[in-house]
Design a protein around this ligand. Structure first.
Ligand SMILES: [Zn+2]
Length: 454
């Protein structure tokens, strides 16, 4: 099995020097949101484009011949028949659950008890957490994911292990310690007080360090008491540049239980709102069964949603209403997410495919421009990182994926009939997977290079 090239450590001054590398191929970036300006006006596409990178940044994007002429001494890497675009952003994923992906037969609440909590309990062991974190990051690279918003476990060791692993490989990642003080086994629980104190110490240790962002992470309103949600709200208020991530309205049985546990709240979102957990930088996973009030409040607050379609199908949670979330002049911020291990794939291409299929079942055909936008710019905006990652443009961090547009015989055959950019991108999101990832760059360094034989 091909292994990603592991970066040996933090970028050194040597490695961030100014020698320019030019990647040549078909380039795709976004200058607008396809939902508001339409697909054609939203994209910057060049069939013979190039990206110049140096010092971990994108210094220019343009016509290949122009950039090569402008930088005659640059290292040139050519990728004919490949698409060069921003690395994918997975806006909701649980790294400790990599070992329970594809576990049979349960819906959400039973899934958590039977598979999730036992797997998460193991992350109390720092060596297990560290090994798991590196395997998770390897899998991200293999799939062209360069940024993710990551749930660790209730153990501070799980956050230290993940952040140290991500930092050592120069990733831009958001992560946080799961806070959960009830309705779960002791091995994965904290308390309102310890959850607050441990999270505070982790924020001091990791938030804003190199390319890391801390996310205050109460798991959801089932496993956090009102006292813990209040503590999480206080923590977020005290550290306003951190993110906040949690689960919202995922499964009907969960929603019914939440109603019992938090009597008097207007609805599920209202519980978070009451404890200061709604606002810009909040990232709600799933949000499938929203009331009109909840959708309106999310929109007004500038909060983000993470759509996790493979997970929603796999766990049997329901069908997210993309049209309702994205309609109007001010669409709700939405990112695409794998939600591994509830999700069944690390591939953001497979995730786009599932998002399309969920849309079809809701009478809405997700356009490929929108799918690729959600999987990059959309996720970056949910994570408040839209100025740094998620797009192929000068000034952005050089987190880049190179996709082979003919990664399998069936795809190569089908591409012969592709008569537009949208056709080509749609074929990729429906048929391609991790085998299409030719190379992944993190902070300007190629850290995954698919062997030609693969
Ligand atoms: Zn989740």
């Amino acid at each position: 099995m091909p292994l990603p090239v592991r970066a040996s450590g933090r970028m050194t001054a040597d490695e961030t020097q100014s020698r320019i590398t030019i990647l040549r191929g078909q380039t795709l970036g976004f200058r607008g949101d396809p939902c508001t300006v339409g697909p054609d006006a939203a994209v910057d596409f060049d069939s013979d484009g190039a990206v110049a990178i140096a010092g971990g940044k994108i210094v220019a994007v343009g016509r290949a011949l122009d950039l090569i002429a402008r930088h005659p001494d640059a290292l040139l890497e050519s990728y004919p028949d490949h698409l060069i675009m921003a690395g994918f952003i997975d806006s909701h994923v649980h790294y400790p659950q990599i070992d329970i992906i594809a576990s049979w037969g349960e819906q959400l609440l039973q899934w958590l008890n039977k598979y999730t909590y036992p797997a998460e309990a193991k992350c109390a062991d720092p060596a297990h957490a560290e090994a798991t974190a590196h395997r998770f990051l390897d899998e991200c690279l293999r799939n062209g994911i360069t940024t993710a918003s990551v749930y660790c476990t209730a153990h501070p060791t799980s956050v230290d292990a993940f952040c140290a692993a991500a930092q050592s490989r120069a990733f831009c990642m958001a992560a946080g310690k799961v806070m959960m003080d009830r309705n779960a086994p002791d091995a994965v629980k904290d308390t309102a007080q310890s959850g607050y104190e441990q999270s505070k110490a982790l924020i001091a240790r990791w938030h804003g360090v190199d390319r890391l962002t801390y996310a205050v992470t109460p798991r959801f309103a089932v496993t956090s008491s009102p006292a813990q949600l209040e503590a999480a709200g206080a923590l977020w208020r005290e550290h306003p540049t951190t993110l906040m991530q949690t689960h919202l309205s995922e499964h009907p049985s969960e929603i019914a239980w939440v109603k019992e546990l938090h009597p008097g709240a207007p609805d599920y979102l209202g519980i978070y709102e009451r404890h200061g957990l709604l606002g810009r930088g909040a990232n709600f996973g799933h949000a499938i069964h929203l009331t009109a009030r909840e959708a309106a409040r999310l929109r007004e607050a500038g909060a983000g949603l993470s759509h996790c379609p493979t997970s929603n199908l796999f766990i049997g949670s329901g069908l997210f209403d993309m049209r309702a979330a994205r309609q109007g002049d001010a669409p709700i911020l939405v990112g695409l997410a794998t939600d591994v291990g509830g999700g069944s794939s690390f591939s953001m291409l497979a995730t786009m495919k599932a998002a399309y299929e969920v849309g079809q079942l809701k009478g809405y055909s997700l356009h490929p421009a929108d799918a690729f936008h959600l999987a990059t710019v959309g996720g970056a905006r949910v994570l408040q990182l839209g100025h740094r990652v998620g797009n192929l443009a000068a000034g952005f961090d050089a987190d880049i994926v190179v996709l082979d547009l003919r990664s399998r015989p069936l795809i190569a055959q089908r591409m012969q009939q592709a008569d537009s950019l949208w056709d080509a991108l749609f074929i990729q999101m429906i048929l391609a997977d991790d085998r299409a990832v030719r190379a992944t760059f993190v902070a300007g360094r190629k850290v995954y290079d698919r062997p030609i034989a693969a």
